[in-house]
Design a protein around this ligand. Structure first.
Ligand SMILES: [Zn+2]
Length: 298
């Protein structure tokens, strides 16, 4: 028997060491989920559509190899003098793993179309295809991929309720679900987190959000560098808006979470925030970024 030259083994060695190919995120799949989700109607807290939307998310997650936990709670609305039921939905892939990444979004929709010019429309609820729906669609499409192929790290998907509940100017009635989650987070820890909000509009441009750069600047740099490497043109590495969003609740308890948001959305808080204003291509850019960060973390 002869010793085979080293070169003979080289292809096998390379193959053996190479990381598994990351799965391919489909914007078309995410858009399909978005349309189905929006068909339930405006997901305003207290409504039947709100209950159905929570079931929609939970049912899809429960089909996958992960641990799903509902976090229901009652909130007293001091303006309406009534109690409202909210629920955060939490899903953990490989809950035993120490190294974890948190991906989150809000899932309900705003009760007020107060971005409309005509004030007669302000009391109508919005469908929130982009505002709430886009994050849900991307995370559910991503969950399907994680279910098919392990990313080798722990991943937590958290869907917050009550982000957009408050009437204009009543700041205490925003971020309700994420505040509740943060308050009850205990010893929960993630290496970093990414919040998705309004990431599906057809004309997608995501700038670096100010609180994110201030309190989790390294994560912003890492994420935008990855977007650049992948050639994702929606991501512009310039600082622009300061947005009060769910990441603030998490930053407050020391979790380094950044907000990916297109805050120049022309249909923000209007009745035109519908699936037609979103596109598979935009959802795909954000989905591809997340896949890359989870499957090729360094
Ligand atoms: Zn909103």
């Amino acid at each position: 028997m002869r010793r085979a030259p080293l070169l003979f083994f080289l292809p096998f060695l390379l193959f053996g060491c190479a990381p598994a190919e990351p799965p391919v995120f489909s914007g078309a799949r995410a858009y399909e989920i978005l349309k189905e989700y929006c068909a339930l109607g405006p997901r305003v807290p207290g409504s039947e559509a709100h209950r159905q939307a929570a079931s929609f998310i939970a049912a899809r997650l429960e089909k996958l190899p992960l641990r799903v936990k509902l976090q229901p709670f009652t909130y007293y609305d001091s303006l309406k003098r009534d109690s409202v039921r909210f629920v955060n939905i939490i899903a953990a892939f490989q809950p035993e793993r120490k190294k974890r990444i948190l991906l989150c979004t809000h899932w309900e929709s705003r009760p007020y179309a107060d971005g409309e010019k005509d004030s007669a429309l302000h009391r109508q609820p919005i469908l929130g295809a982009n505002d709430g729906g886009s994050g849900v669609a991307i995370l559910l499409a991503l969950a399907e991929l994680l279910g098919e192929k392990d990313s080798k790290i722990g991943v937590d998907l958290v869907f917050f309720d009550g982000e957009d509940y408050g009437p204009e100017g009543v700041l205490s009635q925003y971020l309700i679900g994420s505040k509740y989650f943060a308050k009850n987070a205990g010893s929960y820890w993630a290496e970093y987190g990414i919040l998705l909000d309004m990431v599906g509009d057809s004309d997608l441009t995501i700038y670096q959000e100010q609180y994110s750069t201030l309190f989790a600047g390294k994560i912003v740099q890492k994420v935008f560098a990855r977007a650049r490497k992948l050639g994702l043109s929606a991501f512009v590495p310039e600082i622009r808006h300061a947005v009060m969003d769910d990441h603030l609740s998490l930053l407050d308890v020391g979790l380094p979470v950044i907000d990916l948001i297109d805050f120049d959305y022309p249909f923000w808080h209007t009745l035109a925030d519908r699936p037609e204003a979103c596109s598979p291509k935009s959802l795909e850019q954000v989905g591809r970024l997340l896949v890359s960060l989870l499957y090729e973390p360094e």
